[in-house]
Design a protein around this ligand. Structure first.
Ligand code: AMP
Length: 503
């Protein structure tokens, strides 16, 4: 009955006839039958409230199973799911609502009053509430709707979701994701990572971002596997889940925090078959430290909101620390110079990708879309990368992070790697700051692992290993680096904080 709706049909196919099998453990749990019946009720409710195909449904709620059912229900209704980070303030939400003009906004009841001005400013027609336990006006209304909703037909090219990019520079842009992009990428990942219906994934990621919403959830649904659904990353809950789970998808901070816990051993991870990391760079030392402690090699992959997943280390074969692996089947990846010509092995260039996984453009930003998505389908990721002789790709930074100091290009990752290798360094972030002589000066902000770390040691190791123009003009030792929920270091915040260092 789902066959006319491209994405939902594919996410449902593996679980048809397995209505009583457990899809979700935790948070009350759900069988496949109950999960899809709830999604059908949401879909029926949306249609009853006037949501028509192509309408946006904006959702700013805490992580819950009901929120996941609302995602599927929205797609079943033919509408476009638009999740928003619960941390966004009312003025941030006002921007998203005005930009996306959703028909319906679903918000946590505790924040409904706070968001009223944003709702009014964008003239959003309908507002419903959903709390962390699944309660609120959305469920009060949905409960009266019958299950068995026949999904609204949608083609592969229709939009299923809009996800706003994290907006590290400039205004946040709405990436338009089609049914095809989401379905094809999930299918690719199921095969590449050898998911089967026997897998149990530990889901501890947020569901307003591509990683937790699409990579984790769609892969599990697509193959008809199960998941342990945690409202957030919690060490005790992860250790409790591992003996009966098989896979974990995480951001690098998950892995560093688990490594810091003495409970991480070969024994506690023996039932697990796969640990996957992405969304931010995994330090090579985290990879090797993890292997030493558990016997498992973390599998690192690379993707982004606009493209879903692009590359991955292989399931079988070498997983190279510090690399994001090889292009996924069906994804073309090239590394090019400023003239668009492909560079050779071990040469840094700009990463471009093409494939069914790539988005359809930025919502109502035709100029931005034209700048980044070429007519022939190649998307300019903004990431800088390098390919080794075996074809493995490493990310060396964002093109916007590139520092030009005294006319020389400095790739932050190269400098960070040298500093991160020091035993007393936990992590570092290299940024460019305005400088009267050099234009930009290389500055490193370092978190010590041990108070014995000195600025002199850092200056020595960089002077010994790097050309002079790459060496930091200033070293700052701090308590911690600013990070967003996905574990990405917020270099923009660092640049703002230290903007006047050389003034
Ligand atoms: P987002 O759209 O929030 O998922 O951010 C995408 C960006 O995260 C990419 O363009 C990369 O800069 C970065 N990223 C994702 N995965 C990795 C990875 N495995 N290593 C390094 N950077 C990554």
């Amino acid at each position: 009955m789902y066959e006319d709706n491209h994405l939902v049909a594919r996410l449902r196919a593996a679980s048809v006839g397995r209505e009583d099998d457990v899809f979700v453990q935790g948070q009350g749990g759900r069988t496949f039958g109950a999960f899809f019946a709830n999604a059908e009720r949401y879909a029926a409710l949306l249609v009853a409230r006037g949501v028509v195909p192509g309408d946006r449904v904006a959702v700013q709620v805490n992580k819950s199973l009901a929120a996941l059912e609302l995602y599927i229900g929205t797609v079943m209704a033919g509408a476009v799911f638009l999740p928003l980070n619960p941390d966004y303030t009312s003025s941030e939400v006002a921007y998203f609502l005005q930009d996306a003009t959703p028909h319906l906004f679903v918000v946590d009841p505790l924040r409904e009053a706070e968001m009223q001005s944003a709702v009014d400013a964008a003239a959003v027609r309908d507002v419903l509430t959903l709390d962390s336990a699944g309660g609120g006006t959305l469920n009060d209304a949905a409960i009266t709707m019958p299950a068995g909703f026949h999904p609204v037909p949608r083609d592969a090219d229709d939009l299923a979701a809009i996800l706003y990019t994290s907006g590290t520079t400039g205004r946040s842009k709405g990436a338009m994701l089609t049914h095809r992009a989401l379905a094809s990428n999930a299918e690719t990942l199921v095969n590449y990572w050898r998911f089967t219906p026997d897998d149990v994934l530990i889901h501890a990621l947020p569901i307003f971002h591509t990683h937790g919403l699409f990579v984790a959830t769609n892969v599990v649904l697509m193959v008809g596997a199960a998941m342990v659904f945690l409202s957030k990353f919690d060490l005790d809950a992860i250790f409790a889940a591992m003996p009966t789970a098989t896979t974990l998808m995480g951001v690098p901070t998950f892995y560093t925090r688990l490594l810091d816990d003495p409970r991480l051993t070969k024994g506690s991870t023996q039932n697990m078959r796969l640990f996957i990391s992405g969304s931010a760079p995994l330090l090579a030392q985290t990879h090797t430290g993890w292997t030493a402690r558990t016997g498992h090699e973390i599998l690192e992959r690379y993707g982004m909101t606009e493209t879903n997943m692009n590359t991955s280390n292989p399931y079988e074969g070498a997983r190279k620390p510090g690399t994001v692996g090889l292009p996924l089947p069906g994804v073309e990846v090239k590394i090019v110079d400023d003239n668009g010509a492909e560079v050779g092995a071990n040469q840094i260039g700009s990463i471009e990708v093409r494939g069914d996984n790539v988005f359809a453009g930025y919502w109502q930003m035709p100029d931005k879309t034209a700048e980044e998505l070429r007519e022939n389908g190649w998307f300019i990721t903004g990431d800088l990368g390098v390919r080794d002789e075996d074809g493995y790709i490493s990310i060396v930074g964002r093109s916007k992070d590139l520092i030009i100091s005294g006319g020389f290009n400095v790739y932050p990752k190269e400098v960070e790697s040298v500093i991160d290798d020091l035993p007393n360094v936990l992590e570092s972030a290299v940024i460019g700051l305005p400088h009267p002589d050099f234009g930009e000066a290389v500055v490193v902000v370092v978190v010590a692992r041990n108070p014995a770390l000195t600025i002199d040691v850092i200056n020595t190791v960089t002077a010994d290993n790097l050309a002079r123009f790459k060496c930091p003009k200033r070293v700052l030792i701090v308590e911690s680096l600013p990070r967003n929920t996905m574990g990405k270091v917020q270099k923009k915040a660092l640049r703002t904080e230290y903007a006047n260092l050389f003034a």
